[in-house]
Write a protein that binds this ligand. Sequence first.
Ligand SMILES: [Zn+2]
Length: 166
Amino acid sequence: MNISITVTIFLKYLCFLFMPVIFITCSLSEYNLHNNAPTDPAIQEYFDRFETEASFFGLEFDVAGKNIYGIISDLDSNRIGNCSFSKNHPRRITIDREYWDGANDMEREYVIFHELGHCYLERIHDNSKSGSGMCRSIMQSGESDCYLIYNDKTRDYYLKELFNRL
Ligand SMILES: [Zn+2]
């Protein structure tokens, strides 16, 4: 029996909200289909950036070394990103094609770094919030009522939090 976990990001209304979807399956067929699939070059750019940003904190990350690959594909309505992982199989990040095509650089970075938070760092969702209601973590799930704005002003904070360097 193999246990796999899928974590999904949904986009709702005008801000990011996240909901986790966890599937437990005894089937390996999905992983076999995608085994050794190459990472989309457009996503690879952000995998490289993830490693570079981590290096600024003295962390040596190797996304490919963890057998993680990323693809752009069609996800269900409102789903923008997804991380599927299990212990002994490739970890797959899927970004919704429609979202990707309409996203700017910061929005693309946000969803990929969030998914790498799951797939690479093995983090779970964190819905804690500040007194003003701001999400304390880039790993927020959307199941709380915190708000998250990811831009030039907040990016440093959220990267420190992502890499556990606050
Ligand atoms: Zn998530």
